[in-house]
Design a protein. Structure first.
Length: 198
């Protein structure tokens, strides 16, 4: 697996970029927002990647942030949403806007993307409401920015222990509110487990 690439931005097109890493050019599919964030040809860039492997191809998809990659994984977990549709959605909606659309069940917001009809948009917001717990938490409140990483990691820890996404998000959110913005991962997980057990 290739988790990220750091190299020279060799070229960009409407749906991909080529990153030169030590003389090897990696063609990386990307959303319009990611391509805008990369900068100009010749810049040194770091891009988070997801490797898609099928019988007849291996393809890299790139993202400006880890959060964008997380949303891509969530979007492609929905039946009927392939890489192309997920990138089309991410071309028109930032991670924060996706948070908002899913939290409010706003299918019209998602349907703004090319190739996304009303039925698919409804399926996306419905299916991701519970799945997006960890990501939604990271951008949920203005005070969460410094602890966003720890909060998301704490939600992930609870999910690994078998909690449902909504339960994990609620418990970590309550723990984060009580402990404050600078709380560490260990403290968040311990308090979240106590809150979830009540």
């Amino acid at each position: 697996m290739i988790a990220h690439l750091k190299g020279i931005l060799a070229s960009t097109a409407s749906d991909h970029a080529v990153i030169d890493v030590g003389g090897v050019g990696y063609l990386v599919g990307a959303s319009a927002k990611t391509l805008d964030a990369l900068g100009i040809t010749g810049d040194i860039v770091t891009i988070h990647t997801e490797m898609l492997v099928a019988e007849d191809f291996i393809r890299l998809v790139g993202f400006a942030t880890g959060e964008e990659r997380d949303w891509f994984r969530l979007l492609t977990s929905v039946q009927g949403v392939g890489a192309r549709v997920a990138l089309a959605i991410q071309s028109v909606l930032s991670p924060d806007e996706l948070n908002t659309a899913v939290a409010r069940q706003d299918k019209a917001m998602v349907a703004r993307a090319n190739g996304v009809g009303p039925k698919l948009a409804e399926r996306i917001v419905r299916e991701l409401k519970d799945k997006a717990g960890g990501i939604v938490l990271g951008g949920a409140s203005p005070g969460a920015a410094p602890a966003g990483g720890a909060s998301a990691d704490a939600v992930s820890a609870l999910l690994n222990l078998g909690f449902r996404p909504a339960e994990a998000s609620a418990a970590v959110g309550a723990a984060s509110d009580e402990l404050g913005a600078g709380a560490g991962l260990d403290a968040l997980v311990r308090l979240a487990l106590r809150k979830a057990a009540k």
